[in-house]
Design a protein around this ligand. Structure first.
Ligand code: ZN
Length: 262
């Protein structure tokens, strides 16, 4: 499969009507019994957060808790489309609990740009919490329990294929390689030895870093510092057809969930 060759100096592919995607998310989530929270950001802006507890009849042992977010960069439309598909398919294992943020940057998508409407890259604001979207999101996260696994869903306009970041400081058993294997059936994998200036192997970047030493935090650093010991960031290659990118993200998320339920 070949790159489309559209992305020159940024994402130039198809865009989405984020308001309509989020409206569909909301109606599907209501239909399937998710708890819905509206997080006020400004007078005319809110974020949505969906929660799905494990079935109450599942045995008393602790049930895995998985957090998924997307739409923090407004030029990465496959993430919200992948989440919409997963909500519609509704194949969530009953023995697990889920937290889902379907769009963290609603004002970026109409502009097809990474930043929000005010020009802030929200995914660099999770240490200092300047942007109201990030403050609303973190205030909500602070009210949630810790997660066994967090998944941040992104795209990369430059990449040669799908890749992922894994933060796993305790070196827990990793499903990373199985994610790559599953995604490789539906989307090329970026086999570069360096991706985004970090060493990568078979599409996996395992940064050896301490968020405390970094001046600007993406969402994943906040999560790794405060909410989880195991975090994945998924990156679909946005110079490929939309259905390929959505399939890559859906497959990666499903694989992470299925590997956690085992
Ligand atoms: Zn991104």
């Amino acid at each position: 499969m070949q790159r489309l060759g559209k992305n020159k100096d940024g994402y130039k592919g198809e865009t989405i009507d984020i308001a309509s995607v989020v409206r569909e998310d909301l109606s599907v989530a209501q239909r399937f019994g998710w708890q819905i929270e509206r997080l006020p950001v400004a007078t005319d802006l809110e974020l949505l957060a969906f929660t799905r507890p494990a079935a109450s009849n599942s045995e008393s042992r602790a049930t895995p808790r998985i957090y998924i977010s997307t739409g923090i960069h407004g030029d990465e439309p496959a993430g919200p489309l992948a989440i919409r598909q997963l909500l519609q398919e509704s194949q969530w294992p009953v023995g697990m609990s889920f937290w889902l943020c379907p769009c963290l940057n609603p004002t970026g998508f109409p502009l097809n740009r990474r930043e929000n409407a005010k020009g802030v890259d929200l995914n660099r604001d999770y240490r200092h919490l300047h942007a109201p979207e990030v403050r609303a999101h973190v205030a909500w996260l602070e009210r949630q329990p810790g997660f066994d696994l967090t998944i941040c869903v992104h795209e990369d306009w430059e990449s040669q294929g799908f890749y992922l970041y894994e933060l796993n400081p305790d070196r827990l058993p990793s499903p990373g390689e199985r994610v790559i294997e599953a995604v490789s059936k539906v989307c090329p994998i970026d086999q570069s030895a360096m991706i985004e200036d970090r060493p990568a192997k078979n599409g996996i970047i395992r940064p050896d870093l301490n968020p405390a030493n970094r001046p600007l935090w993406p969402e994943a650093f906040y999560l790794a510092q405060h909410k989880t010991r195991h975090s994945f960031t998924l990156e679909a290659p946005s110079d490929f057809p939309m259905e390929t990118r959505v399939a890559a993200l859906v497959t990666a998320i499903r694989t992470l969930i299925n590997e956690t339920v085992k």
